[in-house]
Design a binder for this molecule. Structure first.
Ligand code: SAM
Length: 219
């Protein structure tokens, strides 16, 4: 089954995205630097890109940079005068991302902040609110990241949380997997938080079976 998911992702990438040297180079540089291959897939990256464009996003916050693959997609969406702030714990990942973003020609619109995201987030409260927030770091902190994102948002801000389905493990309410529990917690937070309206979509593809939660700030 998973082979077919990857083949289908490859087909969708060929048809709808095509050859993209900046993105291919970023993945090659990530592999050369031995970063884990846990970036979003090409169709997922383009989904985020289109979401940001549909929202008309000029300011995007990303939590979890890795080598900047998703960051390139988001930076392309905000345009030359837009801004992406991306938070990354590992200095080595941030260095690889910086080179990848510069090579992709979007480095000047991306601000990479190194350190635990929970330490970096309070420093953003005095900036203009973000139009879209993409959460893709340590899953155990997803609820903390959504709460922080709310403080950096305005009505209409879109919040996306990656990897909330975890191959369906989220239906196990007694799971002892901390990331599964964190997924259930963040979904329940999205449901009960009155300033958010949310859904979640399962995804299959080269990254296996998982899913995105999607929320809009309503007030
Ligand atoms: N968004 C990236 C992409 O699609 O190209 C993938 C991000 S990867 C799934 C998660 C990243 O979050 C890793 O680079 C990891 O080092 C980083 N991370 C983990 N814990 C973190 C934390 N507490 N604060 C900031 N970044 C963290």
């Amino acid at each position: 089954m998973a082979d077919n998911w990857s083949a289908t992702d490859n087909y969708l990438t060929d048809v709808l995205i095509g050859d993209d040297p900046a993105l291919s180079s970023a993945l090659e540089a990530n592999a050369a630097a031995e970063l884990p291959p846990i970036d979003v897939s090409a169709p997922q990256g383009k989904f985020l890109h289109l979401l940001a464009r549909i929202r008309g996003a000029r300011r995007v916050l990303e939590i979890g940079t890795l080598g900047g693959y998703s960051t390139i997609w988001l930076a392309r969406a905000v345009g030359e005068s837009g801004r992406v702030v991306t938070l990354e714990y590992e200095r080595k990942h941030a260095e690889v991302a910086r080179a990848n973003l510069d090579r992709a020609g979007v480095g000047d619109r991306v601000d990479i902040r190194v350190g635990p995201a929970l330490d970096s987030l309070p420093g953003l409260v005095d900036e203009d609110p973000f139009d879209l927030v993409f959460i893709d770091a340590d899953k155990e902190n997803n609820s903390n990241y959504v709460r922080a994102a709310l403080g950096l948002s305005r009505p209409g801000t879109v919040i996306v949380v990656d990897n909330v389905v975890r191959a369906g493990a989220i239906v196990d309410q007694g799971s002892d997997d901390e990331r599964v529990r964190a997924s259930r917690d963040v979904l329940e937070l999205l449901a009960r938080e009155p300033r958010l309206d949310a859904t979640a979509l399962q995804t299959v593809g080269s990254k296996g079976w998982d899913g995105f939660a999607l929320a809009v700030v309503t007030g």
